[in-house]
Design a protein around this ligand. Structure first.
Ligand SMILES: [Ca+2]
Ligand SMILES: [Ca+2]
Length: 253
């Protein structure tokens, strides 16, 4: 039986060139693995300290009187902090009524003041919006949080979806006021949830350990097996929005 030809023979390389080529391949694969694994450190939501206000006061929701099909009132007084979200189809009935999860304003630019049980420091505010432009539901052009203005890109979330936009800053106190402005009496603003410090990109130690061990095993596998197929690296990043569902709205707000 003939010996299997060595890689250097197949490629016409001398042993030194072969070792150099393998070394470069190894380094390249380690870099690719790092690109795959390390971003997970920055996308892990672990370590989050969510702050839930004890109450809030808000500009009353609007509805039929402002030209809507339904009333988008905050009937419980805590729809914006109850942890319940709507879906992309704002008019969906998830069990409590059509569009129940959404608080909507058309003519008014709402002002919402949250009360916390004591002094807190907030570094991130998440506001979950719906955007369904065919039904005149748009994102506000400006969000003001504790006096700090944020300009919102009109397409910060895709049309016909809901999604959370995050606003970073540093606000300390027992209350925090959020203003949503579109300066357009024809456009609706739909919000179903507002969160505080709900996502922090700080991984837990156990996550570090698990990922480090995984990286080590992967490197060992790279050294032991030739060739090794690598998937196309996925893009991980700290989310600026969170689109969870995939239905469409059909009815005009
Ligand atoms: Ca809610
Ligand atoms: Ca408006």
């Amino acid at each position: 039986m003939k010996n299997r030809p060595q890689t250097s023979q197949v490629l016409g390389l001398n042993p030194k060139e072969t070792m150099m080529k393998r070394g470069m391949n190894f380094v390249r694969k380690c870099l690719i693995l790092s690109a795959l694994v390390l971003p997970l450190f920055w996308s892990s939501p672990a370590g989050a300290i969510s702050l839930v206000p004890i109450s809030y006061t808000a500009t009353p929701g609007e509805g039929i009187a402002q030209g809507g099909y339904y009333n988008y009132f905050d009937t419980t007084g805590n729809k914006l902090t109850d942890g319940s979200y709507g879906v992309n189809d704002w008019s969906a009935n998830l069990g409590k009524g059509i569009a129940y999860e959404w608080v909507g304003w058309r003519v008014a630019d709402p002002v919402i003041t949250f009360q916390f049980s004591g002094p807190v420091t907030i570094n991130r505010v998440g506001i979950d919006f719906n955007r369904t432009q065919s039904d005149l539901i748009f994102l506000p052009s400006t969000v003001t949080i504790g006096g700090a203005d944020f300009t919102v890109c009109p397409d910060a979330i895709p049309d016909d979806t809901r999604g959370t936009l995050y606003f970073n800053g540093s606000w300390t106190g027992t209350t925090l006021t959020v203003d949503l402005d579109d300066c357009n009496p024809n456009h609706w603003i739909f919000v179903d949830e507002i969160t505080f410090n709900d996502v922090q990109c700080v991984p837990e130690p156990s996550v570090f350990g698990l990922l480090a061990a995984s990286l080590g095993l992967l490197i060992l596998r790279v050294r032991a097996v030739e060739p090794f197929a690598f998937p196309t690296p996925q893009q991980f990043s700290c989310p600026t929005r969170d689109v969870r569902f995939a239905n469409r709205g059909r009815l005009r707000g």
